[in-house]
Design a protein. Structure first.
Length: 566
């Protein structure tokens, strides 16, 4: 029997007399000869019962599989892990979050290679599953796409929309005595009404938009809310598209071009998105073999105004953007102003310009404004250097108006120590909070600091202090915050030499982050500095520390394109 020409990889697993044992095992779970004669399309989910963010993925996988079958393929569903940032935030478990991105990419690769899939649909949700899925697609370069399971609906309390950020900030307000136990409980109970990823332009929604702007997710699919009526149809369409990509021999690296990455960065900048996009887009680009540096983010953000009023910096949530007309409204503003590459291709065959032209705004919508009258003249981040960040760091600009701060250092070697200080009232206006040894190596795993940053805002200090760290921030963070400081303290970065009370200067206009201590004094302090003992000496965290790159390179553990053979 002739092999189906679309079975470019799976034929070696299923075809011919010698493969009878493999076919026998697959028939044991319901696959037929007819099924096995078709191309095999892997359907990766990151479903897990530890969060709402990915909770609808098993249902959506069923619709994706329907679409694959309708288009002439045979789907094979498999699962990988996820770590809930929202649940783990502020605990030792949060160190597993960024590590999980690497495990997700690795596990998708292992299953796809191990079972000789011809194509791939990756269903993603919570923060690290999105870049992890995209990294695997780039690494494998099998015809396929990423499909976001959608954003959660906003919670409601007293007629006001809530997100998980409101709960974190309520903790700070409670600690400062501004609200009582009953009010905290009411906010907790109302904030998260069902399945879907966190509702603001936090990391999940930032990256979901970035993947559409990059082109590896079908236009319009990711913006549909998790429980929206159109989500099932979008999932079926994604399954059909995966088979068509196989027929047309269109692969992820054909889509993931330099122009696509610049569009993704522009979309992230124009919506005041999560600083985590810097790490994740650098990592995806490395897997795709596209040259991209941390400085590219500064250049693009500087020329890109903010046109979408999305939480945490703005007023609206992801569902509001969808109802206003979707991501295409942002595309239209960027293309119209010459701030995006109109010719970059989407995985569905349309160009970025086509998608922008097709966007239709809902009458009276106020979520996306004209690029001629932007919410802010420049984008949501800047890249700074200085004697505390010779390899760069990321400052979030959306959500506050400050561009300069000088103050005394309040130094903490762990996030928990800082959180306790905020809750006890020990942090004062004017302080520069320093949290170090929380980078990729030092943490390990570069924890997000939403618990601390939200507590600072909740305590009423958001406009009066700055925070710097070699760790990360949640996309829900707002205020004058600097993260991803590189080199990190644990590998000898000058952040490890800062002492309590040192004067620290943050100057966004000059793109500088400095401690006002002489080079000679820093050299003397370095003589006495010793690297801290590893917090983990066995297991996945120890392995991660030995292979992880700097935050300025995306904190990736893979060699990237050089390691691929497909």
């Amino acid at each position: 029997m002739a092999t189906n020409p679309l079975k470019k990889h799976s034929a070696e697993m299923t075809d011919g007399p010698s493969r009878a044992p493999a076919r026998a095992m697959l028939k044991a779970i319901g696959f037929t000869d007819e099924d096995l004669a078709k191309p095999l399309i892997g359907v990766a989910t990151t479903w897990i019962e530890t969060m709402p963010c990915n909770f609808n993925q098993r249902e959506l996988a069923g619709y994706v599989k329907e679409g694959i079958r309708e288009a002439g393929g045979t789907p094979m569903e498999f699962n990988t892990i996820a770590v809930s940032d929202g649940v783990a935030m502020g605990t030792e478990g949060m160190k597993g979050s960024l590590v999980s991105r690497e495990v997700i990419a690795d596990s998708i690769e292992v299953v796809a290679r191990g079972h000789s899939f011809d194509g791939l649909v990756v269903i993603v949700g919570c923060d690290k599953t999105i870049p992890g899925g995209a990294m695997a697609l780039a690494r494998l370069n099998l015809p396929g796409l990423a499909f976001y399971n959608g954003s959660i609906a906003p919670g409601k309390l007293d007629g006001v929309d809530l997100t998980i950020l409101d709960v974190f900030e309520a903790v700070g307000a409670h600690g400062a005595g501004k609200i009582d136990d009953a009010r905290l409980k009411a906010i907790e109970d109302a904030a998260c009404p069902g399945a879907g990823a966190c509702g603001g332009q936090f990391t999940a929604n930032t990256m979901a938009m970035a993947l559409e702007f990059l082109g590896i997710s079908p236009a319009g699919a990711n913006a549909v809310p998790a429980l929206g009526r159109a989500k099932a149809d979008a999932a079926r369409d994604a399954g059909r598209l995966a088979v068509q990509l196989l027929k047309d021999d269109v692969k992820p690296r054909d889509i993931m071009t330099r122009e696509g990455f610049e569009n993704a960065i522009a979309g992230f900048a124009a919506t005041g998105g999560s600083t985590n996009a810097v790490l994740h887009l650098l990592a995806i680009a490395r897997e795709a073999g596209v040259e991209l540096t941390i400085d590219d983010f500064d250049v693009i953000s500087e020329r890109t105004p903010i046109v979408a009023s999305l939480k945490p910096a703005g007023a609206y949530v992801a569902e509001d953007l969808y109802n206003a007309g979707g991501y295409g409204l942002v595309s239209k503003e960027l293309v119209g102003a010459g701030l995006a590459h109109a010719g970059a291709r989407n995985v569905d065959g349309a160009t970025f310009g086509d998608i922008a032209d097709a966007a239709v705004a809902t009458a009276g919508q106020q979520v996306v404004v004209s690029v001629k009258q932007p919410l802010k003249a420049t984008g949501g981040i800047a890249i700074m250097r200085g004697n505390l960040a010779t390899d760069g760091c990321v400052v979030k600009l959306a959500g506050h108006e400050r561009s300069f701060h000088r103050g005394p250092a309040r130094v903490f070697d762990r996030e928990e120590e800082c959180f306790a200080a905020v809750q006890s009232g020990a942090i004062k206006p004017g302080d520069v909070v320093v949290i170090r040894y929380e980078g990729p190596v030092g943490g390990p795993g570069m924890r997000e600091m939403l618990g601390v940053t939200a507590a600072i805002v909740g305590a009423g200090l958001g406009d009066d202090v700055a925070l710097i760290t070699d760790g990360r921030f949640s996309g829900a963070t707002h205020g004058f915050m600097v993260g991803h400081i590189a080199p990190e303290a644990a590998v000898g970065g000058n952040l490890g030499l800062v002492r309590e009370g040192d004067s620290i200067v943050l100057d966004v206009e000059k793109r500088r982050l400095d401690v006002e201590v002489s080079d000679a004094e820093l050299a003397e302090r370095r003589k006495a500095w010793r690297a801290p003992a590893p917090r983990y000496t066995t297991g996945v965290f120890a392995k991660y520390v030995r292979s992880v790159a700097s935050a300025s390179e995306g904190a990736i553990t893979s060699p990237g394109l050089a390691g691929s053979v497909w």
